[in-house]
Design a protein around this ligand. Structure first.
Ligand SMILES: Cc1ncc(COP(=O)(O)O)c(C=O)c1O
Length: 446
């Protein structure tokens, strides 16, 4: 069934819910020209990479599930606002239910949480609460953490400390210990699935340090969080995911691996009492019910109720359980990453990066210097795109590619100590069936 048919049927059903209302004629400005301008928009949208296709294997972009798209469009006929029950009663309740299911994935039944417009805002809320708990104390994250953590800290006027990573791009806990032993650390951000490499910070060791030094732990699992459900992770990666429920707060983005349209992040706090930091009054809303209005526990005011409807519907179809269809999709992406990593490792023209922990593969192109390798990566990237394969590029520390045999210290040839490498996020389940084909096109491009 096409998603337009699905949608038509559901819209019919929704209209019947309001059939008691007297008929009216909607006033739609520009109605007669709509088809023309929509056609023009479709033509303009053609100027994009084909994100939906398996040969798009570049950035972290995953097509929303058809049922999520249909549910989002269905909700748009009402356009609910999940700020308050006044603007989105049904969708607020759906948000509460969907968020409860996400929290359960990490073993939390008592918690505080809600959807946000995305990962950045979700992290902002977690660090805002962290700053209220420990005013003036530092936020520490690894140099591979998402770039927004230092910006968020600046917005919140909290000092930010970046610590180095090990040879796999994971937070270096010796460096972390030095930073926390120096004092004044309020919160450590552990990234479970870094954006560039997909590295998983060693959460069990970070928790040990929390026991010794005392600080909050915020887990940024915006990209990696759903891998909690995958059953084919390496044992040390699995160990980190097993500990995730011990964090104080965490972020996971349904609009990355959760099959949702953009505009859907999620922040969770282990302690429901964190709601006290959000306490405020709204002179215009919160009147229709004494039940919780989500705006009372969220920094944002208006939020798309349609996002909650899409997420709720998707989770109804594909429950967040190990061994389920949703989990199998993640496992396929991880397998695809291992296949591509093997293809790269067996080709002497490439230099492997850290073994993939989730579904991201990074690799360099052989060259006698970092500069030559970087130039070649750019060329392969462009030639692959000409051949229909869309990859991504990343600037990463050259020491993550020890087989490059380059001088990895910052020097004349390599003033930043980084190399431009190729990167592929294999986050669509179809990528598994296409991994060999992707490898073949990559070989042709080099
Ligand atoms: C680990 C991580 N944190 C945070 C973000 C920011 O999320 P968003 O782009 O939804 O704001 C990203 C985005 O890729 C990410 O990978």
């Amino acid at each position: 069934m096409r998603d337009t048919d699905l949608l038509a049927e559901a819209l019919d059903r929704l209209q019947r819910e309001f059939s008691a209302l007297p008929c009216y004629t909607p006033e739609i400005p520009g109605e007669s020209r709509m088809a023309d301008v929509l056609g023009e928009a479709a033509r303009r949208l053609g100027d994009n990479f084909p994100y939906f296709h398996p040969l798009y294997a570049g950035q972290m972009l995953k097509p929303p599930h058809p049922v999520a798209r249909a549910a989002y469009a269905l909700a748009m006929s009402l356009n609910p606002n999940n700020h308050a029950l006044d603007g989105g009663r049904a969708s607020s309740r759906m948000e509460i239910e969907a968020v409860r299911e996400i929290a359960a994935l990490f073993g939390w039944s008592e918690f505080l949480g809600h959807l946000t417009s995305g990962g950045t805002f979700a992290n902002l809320e977690a660090l805002w609460v962290a700053g209220q708990m420990a005013p003036g104390k530092s936020i520490v994250a690894s140099e591979q953490a998402h770039y927004t953590h230092s910006r968020i800290s600046a917005v919140l006027k909290l000092p930010f400390v970046s610590v180095g990573t090990d040879a796999r791009g994971r937070m270096d806990t010796t460096e972390l210990e030095k930073a926390v032993a120096a004092g004044n650390v309020g919160t450590v951000v552990a990234t479970l699935g870094t954006t560039a490499v997909g590295a998983v910070d060693p959460l069990a060791e970070i928790l040990e340090l929390r026991r010794k030094y005392g600080f909050r732990i915020h887990v940024d699992a915006a990209y990696g969080g759903y891998f909690r459900l995958a059953s084919n992770l390496a044992s040390d990666t699995q160990r980190a995911f097993d500990q995730i429920g011990s964090a104080d707060s965490l972020v996971v983005d349904p609009h990355k691996h959760g099959l949702q349209p953009y505009g859907c992040g999620c922040v969770l706090f282990r302690d429901p009492a964190m709601g006290r930091w959000y306490r405020h009054d709204s002179p215009y809303t919160y009147f229709t019910s004494s039940e919780l209005h989500l705006g009372e526990i969220s920094l944002e005011c208006s939020r798309a109720g349609a996002s909650a409807v899409a997420l709720w519907t998707t989770q109804r179809l594909l429950p967040l359980v190990t061994g389920g269809e949703f989990a199998r999709g993640l496992e396929k992406g991880r397998k695809a990453a291992l296949v591509l990593d093997n293809i790269v490792a067996s080709d002497p023209r490439f230099v492997s990066g850290p073994a993939p922990e989730l579904d991201i593969v990074v690799w360099a192109v052989r060259g006698s210097t970092v500069a030559e390798s970087s130039e070649r990566a750019q060329e392969v990237f462009e030639r692959a795109a000409q051949g229909g394969l869309h990859l991504a590029l990343a600037h990463l520390p050259a020491r993550l590619f020890p087989d490059g045999n380059w001088s990895t210290e910052a020097s004349g040839d390599n003033p930043t100590g980084t190399v431009t490498c190729l990167r592929s996020v294999l986050m669509k389940p179809e990528h598994l069936a296409w991994a060999e084909q992707i490898g073949e096109r990559l070989r042709q491009a080099v």
